[in-house]
Write a protein that binds this ligand. Structure first.
Ligand code: ATP
Ligand code: MG
Length: 602
């Protein structure tokens, strides 16, 4: 392709609304153009990158025996009602765009395709002989994200590869899951990314497991905790660890103490001269179940620890049936305004004890009249602890479960693991923290959708069984941008060779010089003929401008038909290392061919 004929527009300055380097660079280098919030046009250079990523993904998927298909993006609401997800996906914080057609039928724009694929499986899979089966697609997804940002990282319209597998049992599912683990690792390695596979949250249904593939970068929205020995890595949402040991309490007798102005753990510990590990902290949450019922949740946890809201959400979902519901739709820390809607009298905030009376709740049809009291494991083990006295300005010290406080009934792990915590598999290892961009997620779904939608098969014994399912997603557009986030310098993008839009660019420093033009044209032709995807910068611009642009768009190899042509050579510059060398003109094609092969590992 000739730059003189391309839509080639680069910007000198950083666009105002871009925050992270990869977003700035893709805009500046003319790869993407913002059309609306979370909505981007992929311009020709970007489209080539996306097609290369898609091709790597496709090859790795096909190698596992999965088959490509294309599913509809317009999805009938009925299917989502069958699976029970319509309300959670379209109401409140739901992310599905929904619409009503001219026949007054409700439709959703596909954010994901479990419902569609399960309905196909229900109709078409009859027998164990058809299993296992794995279908995937590469397609635009729509999600009305609450905070679209960082360009392609979190768009409202983006490209995803999603795959769904069907099995007779968990063992077969696990085998495919392992294949996917390998396939995903291959995809990321081939795309030139530094990544880590981490244990991920599988939500309340638990499932038998899920792994996220994280591209390591400071701008990542996710926190990963891992150990140096390489034996443990998990998303902080899911991570488990051993907390630091609690300091033994000096309060041997139970007493109520006046502690004015000590609403925080820090201030009460200072006043009482104790460690936060000796305190039972009581944190209030408010949750709304899908039947509209509000439940006030009181969590008791050791004073130095924090609540992991993802773990909490999972516990609350597991308890949904107790409140006649299926799932939760909101989880918040109630502010003063929220408290007014349910509090019978004002709460002694900062001084709450695990046994605060249910009378504080003005129960009605919408609000459950009792606190749901959850006790984190860290709080259960404490002896002679400090906690609130249910009275503003007072705490109790030397308290014990089973004595002053009823023994905890619902004991859970809802503690946030932190860097520096000891690892479970080996307490000598401490957790380290890194930032990551989630580019892929593989998930053992089990029978959640097949049971809800009645997708069954007949086994060898002639019995009807629900299909066992897995699902596997890769954010193709997010992956492409995260490659930039991992690889750039002050001058621009440095594409990994395997996914660069072009391998090489031939730059003519002065297009008025007939010999420069002639050699460049010849090389341009030969390189392309040899399968080396090559650009020709034949614009009537100063050499400096051309070099700057080539650096900005990040093409791996630049060939300059400058002064060296007098000696039958051209200058060849490698973008990543900036190494420059003069190469005999007849050697250029074979040299670059070798470099590419070495870089993409073929
Ligand atoms: P996130 O937690 O980042 O919102 P998710 O858990 O919703 O992701 P999945 O539903 O598992 O993501 O989707 C599979 C993959 O699609 C993700 O691993 C990610 O790479 C990509 N993806 C998800 N949401 C977006 C988005 N809004 N923009 C771009 N890519 C996305
Ligand atoms: Mg999401």
């Amino acid at each position: 392709m000739r730059l003189s004929q391309m839509l080639f527009v680069t910007l000198r300055d950083d666009p105002a609304d871009a925050e992270i380097p990869s977003h700035k660079l893709l805009l500046r280098a003319g790869y993407i153009r913002r059309i609306g919030s979370g909505v981007y046009a992929y311009l020709p250079l970007m489209w080539r990158v996306l097609q290369k990523v898609s091709q790597i993904v496709r090859e790795e998927m096909n190698a596992t025996g999965a088959q490509e298909c294309l599913l509809p993006q317009l999805q009938p609401a009925e299917l989502w009602k069958e699976s029970g997800r319509w309300d959670t996906y379209t109401k409140a914080e739901g992310i599905m765009f929904s619409l009503i057609d001219r026949r007054e039928q409700q439709l959703g724009l596909g954010p994901t395709h479990e419902e569609i694929i399960t309905t196909i499986a229900r109709d078409m899979i009859r027998s164990y002989r058809q299993l296992p089966l794995h279908l995937y697609q590469i397609q635009t997804k729509f999600r009305d994200e609450i905070r679209p940002r960082f360009g392609l990282m979190r768009g409202r319209e983006f490209i995803m590869k999603d795959g769904y597998s069907f099995h007779v049992d968990e063992d077969s599912l696990k085998a495919t899951y392992q294949d996917m683990y390998k396939a995903y690792s291959n995809m990321l390695r081939r795309s030139g990314l530094a990544f880590r596979a981490v244990e991920a949250d599988s939500g309340a249904i638990g499932g038998s497991g899920s792994t996220e593939f994280m591209v390591l970068a400071d701008a990542g929205e996710d926190e990963v905790l891992y150990t140096e020995d390489g034996k443990y890595a998990a998303n902080v949402e899911k991570a488990v660890s051993l907390p630091a040991d609690a300091v033994a309490s000096a309060f041997t007798t139970y007493e109520k103490r006046e502690t004015p102005g000590t609403e925080t753990i820090e201030t009460v510990c200072k006043l009482l001269n104790c460690s936060p590990t000796q305190v039972v902290k009581n944190v209030l949450y408010q949750t709304v179940y899908d039947n509209g019922k509000t439940v006030l949740v009181l969590i008791s946890i050791r004073g130095d620890q924090e609540v992991n809201e993802v773990k909490l959400q999972n516990e609350l979902t597991k308890l949904a049936a107790n409140y006649g519901a299926k799932t939760i739709i909101a989880l918040t820390v109630p502010n003063a305004e929220a408290q007014q809607t349910w509090a019978a009298k004002s709460l002694p905030l900062g001084y709450i004890a695990p046994d605060i009376a249910d009378e504080y709740i003005k129960g009605d049809k919408q609000v459950h009249p009792q606190f749901l009291r959850l006790v984190d494991k860290t709080a259960v083990e404490l002896k002679n602890f400090v906690t609130g006295a249910n009275e503003a300005g007072y705490h109790v010290v030397g308290a014990n479960w089973n004595e002053q406080f009823k023994a905890p009934e619902l004991v859970v792990d809802i503690r946030k693991a932190r860097p520096g915590d000891r690892a479970l598999h080996n307490p000598e290892q401490t957790l380290q923290s890194a930032r990551g961009i989630e580019v892929g997620h593989i998930f053992q779904l089990g029978t959640k959708y097949s049971v809800a939608m009645g997708a069954t098969y007949t086994n060898e014994q002639g019995e009807e069984k629900p299909l066992v399912m897995g699902c596997y997603g890769v954010g193709v557009s997010r992956l492409a941008q995260s490659a930039v986030e991992q690889s750039y310098d002050k001058d621009g993008i440095i594409w990994p060779v395997a996914i660069a839009p072009y391998h090489a660019i031939v730059t003519i420093p002065n297009i008025k010089d007939a010999q420069q033009v002639e050699i460049a044209e010849k090389l341009y032709k030969e390189l392309n003929q040899a399968g080396i995807e090559t650009l020709l910068d034949d614009r009537d611009e100063r050499a400096g401008v051309k070099f700057k642009d080539a650096d900005l768009i990040g093409i791996p190899y630049r060939i300059v038909t400058g002064r060296a042509i007098a000696n039958g050579k051209v200058e060849v510059v490698q973008r990543a290392t900036r190494q420059s060398q003069e190469i005999d003109i007849p050697e250029v094609v074979s040299t670059i061919k070798q470099w590419i092969a070495a870089a993409v590992g073929n």
